[in-house]
Design a protein around this ligand. Structure first.
Ligand SMILES: [Zn+2]
Length: 217
């Protein structure tokens, strides 16, 4: 069983790296953000609460995040282990989590803030078919138009410079102390998140002494 926490500022590629790690190793990717998005989309009671909170420009409370994670882990569908993303959010949760789940390692994706800004602010979305673009790495063939359906691309509401700065300062305030706590227990593997995704994945696997990535199609 392999149990990892993945941490890193927004835009550092946590989602992509988690998926690559889970793909051939049979791990389950547990993303707090994805769980909340699912609830919002399915109009559950929790989803309504999350939407209200975010519309008010606030962050979902740590206790709620914790109960969602506990509930998810209680499903025990992770026979080979998991990669968790978006949790823990504070020192208390980190202590509890380390003791209860016997975590094997913390993957810390490091990305300088100016690179975070460059990446996040270049993201575009097709509101029609949901295709993601990036004006740096993954630009559409015709500027501003979706390759798939031809619809005009938009910027996500929370990808504005103001929203990004708020998230960066929240990250520095809350996540850094958690990282320091893990670091004292020598769990943390610092990974340079600037290279292309496949290279970053190779560094992660090196650090964790895992076999090289083999795509399962
Ligand atoms: Zn489209």
């Amino acid at each position: 069983m392999r149990k990892y926490v993945i941490m890193g500022v927004q835009g550092s590629g946590k989602g992509t790296q988690s998926e690559l790690l889970c793909d051939d190793l049979g791990l389950v990717h547990i993303s707090v953000g994805d769980i909340f998005r699912w609830h919002v989309k399915k109009h559950t009671k929790l989803g309504a609460h999350v939407r209200r909170t975010m519309n008010a420009g606030e962050l979902v409370g740590d206790d709620l995040v914790e109960s969602v994670v506990r509930e998810r882990l209680d499903q025990h569908d992770w026979n080979y282990g998991f990669v968790i993303d978006g949790f823990p959010r504070n020192g208390r949760q980190a202590e509890f989590f380390m003791e209860s789940y016997d975590i094997d390692g913390v993957i810390h994706l490091e990305l300088p803030e100016d690179e975070v800004r460059r990446r996040v602010l270049s993201r575009r979305l097709c509101p029609n078919c949901g295709m993601d673009y990036n004006l740096i790495a993954d630009r559409p063939k015709e500027p501003g138009r979706c390759d798939i359906c031809g619809h005009q691309l938009i910027t996500r509401e929370d990808d504005t410079p103001e929203a990004l700065e708020a998230r960066l300062s929240d990250y520095n305030e809350k996540t850094r102390p958690v990282l320091e706590l893990f670091r004292r227990k020598e769990y943390v593997h610092d990974i340079d998140a600037r290279p292309p995704a496949e290279e970053v994945q190779a560094s992660i696997r090196d650090a964790l002494h895992l076999p090289a990535y083999k795509a399962t199609v």
